[in-house]
Structures are given as C-alpha cells and as structure tokens.
Design a binder for this molecule. Structure first.
Ligand code: PDD
Length: 283
C-alpha cells in the first residue's frame, strides 16, 4: 500500500508530493501548522486543534484556503486511505507561492498540505514504561510562540542539543530561570500531590493535550496549579511529565543530571495517563 498525502486539493502518492520553490513557507517560514493524534482511527481533540489552527491563521492574517468543515473530511480521508489505526496527522498552511517579497502577496491562495503517519501500537507504551530524559537549554524563540507557526529553528536546535546529550526532549529556560515548556511539548512537575504547569501567555503554546489533561484533573478532583517553576522546583519535585499530541502523557525520569524521584517512572504516571485517556474518550 502506498502512502497518500493531501496537497492543495489533490490526493497524491507521498513520494511524488512536492511544493514550489517559491512557497512562502519554504522561503519565510510564513505559515502555521497543527499535529493531530489518531487513536483507534479516531482524531484526538479535533475541535481543539481546529480552533487553535484558526486562531494561528487569524494571528498571522491568513485566510483558510478551504472551508472549515472540509478539514474533518480530508483528515478522515487520509486516515482511511493510509489505513491508520494509531498515528499522526500533520497539517500545514502557508501564505502560498509568490515571487520573493517580504510583504504579503496579493491574490495568492494559501497552500495546504496534510500528511499522515502510522505508529506502531506498542511504541508509546514502551517509551512510557521507560520514561524520558530531558536536557535544559535557553529559550531562544521569538515572542509569540502562542501562535503555532512553522518557524521552528530554535526548537530544532534545542531538540538536537537534547539528542546529542542522550535525551529525548529539551526544556526551555527563560531569562528569569523559569522553564517555559518543552521544544515540542508542555512541561509539568508534581510536588506533594499537586501538578504544576506554566500559566498561559505569549511565551508558551496553549497545548491541546494540556487542556484535555486539565479537564480530566478537574473531573477527578486532582489538584493542579498553573504556576511558573524553575530548576530548584524540578530538583525538589516528586515526578515530572511532558504532554503533546505525539507523546500524550509521558513521564520524565531525569532532567539534566538530576534523577526525578528514584529515576524510574512514578506512581502518578499511570494515574495521569488514565485521566487523560478518559478525558479524550469523553470529549
Ligand atoms: N508540538 N509546546 C510546543 C512548543 C509544541 O510544539 C507542542 C506541540 C506543545 C503541545 O501542544 P499539543 O498538546 O497541542 O500537541 C507545546 C507538536 C506535537 C509538534 O510540533 O510536533
């Protein structure tokens, strides 16, 4: 079976899919994106991701190239054409193809591509059981990371730095020593049965997984606080986690040279995973 992608109105073989050299995404990173998880053929938190996509489009003054109702249709089509049970959908919209000029082009239609990826059933579970290691690094991103733009050079460098240090994710530290978030995930720590995550602002992305987990925490009356935390708090924490559309709830067992708890996943990891999985089933 060949992999199928959606490119500007057409379903194409993934290996034959391409965009123009003067696409503004390619030349200016002038675009936005979303990543949707697929669990048991279902799109996780579809409305949440779509709302955030429209918010990102609005912030960069870009009009959606298709009607809002068509996104569900195309994503569903890709899930079925690629026979995805568990996997991911990547969706990107750029300001289209035009001669290189910083100003917005006139009368240019936005470009839309959607790709689908299968994940092995046990991949998430295996990683979950081991937990992941985090490397901290400076947050070098621009000042509007609440918009999900395709300008990802700072996270690319941060993630590579983490990988070079045998870690799976980077936590980004602002000029005041606070951890903003992961290079592509939301950061959490647990202390005395209270879960902490950074409050929303222009300095972090409003994670859709974060929103669902919070709904689940409320429903289960588990304490959480939106409060900034630094490395001292991390060292004092009982457990730590990341959340994202690709990692769901993933326990952290080490941050830099510091073991979290005893260096193995803690007892709350399973609880939070269940709370999250229940929240997305009910949404
Ligand atoms: N990243 N923070 C950042 C900087 C992110 O890039 C992401 C997601 C998140 C978590 O958001 P959500 O829960 O909505 O996935 C937080 C995606 C997965 C990516 O770039 O691949």
């Amino acid at each position: 079976m060949s992999r199928i992608s959606y490119v500007n109105g057409e379903y194409l073989n993934h290996s034959d899919s391409s965009v123009h050299i003067e696409d503004r995404g390619f030349q200016f990173a002038d675009g936005v994106y979303e990543v949707f998880g697929i669990v048991n053929t279902k799109i996780v938190d579809f409305e949440g991701h779509l709302n955030r996509l429209y918010n990102s489009l609005n912030e960069i003054k870009l009009k959606s190239p298709i009607h809002r109702s068509a996104y569900f249709f195309h994503i569903k089509n890709l899930i079925s054409k690629n026979q995805i049970i568990n996997g991911l959908i990547y969706l990107q919209i750029t300001r289209g193809v035009a001669a290189r000029d910083f100003k917005f082009p006139k009368n240019t239609k936005a470009s839309l591509i959607i790709t689908a990826k299968c994940l092995q059933n046990n991949e998430y579970d295996n990683n979950f059981q081991k937990g992941i290691r985090i490397k901290t690094t400076k947050d070098l991103r621009w000042k509007r990371v609440d918009i999900k733009t395709i300008n990802l050079l700072a996270p690319v460098l941060a993630k590579q730095y983490a990988a070079d240090n045998n870690c799976q994710e980077a936590w980004l530290i602002d000029e005041n020593g606070f951890i903003t978030e992961g290079s592509s995930s939301t950061a959490w720590i647990l202390k005395n049965k209270t879960l902490y995550t950074t409050p929303l602002s222009n300095s972090i992305l409003n994670g859709i997984t974060r929103q669902s987990l919070i709904k689940g925490l409320r429903r289960n009356k588990i304490k959480y606080l939106e409060k900034k935390f630094n490395m001292k708090d991390v060292k004092d924490s009982d457990e730590a986690f990341i959340t994202s559309a690709t990692q769901y709830v993933m326990p952290v067992v080490r941050v830099d040279n510091f073991k979290i708890g005893n260096g193995k996943i803690g007892k709350y990891a399973e609880i939070f995973r269940k709370v999250y999985m229940e929240a997305i089933r009910l949404s």
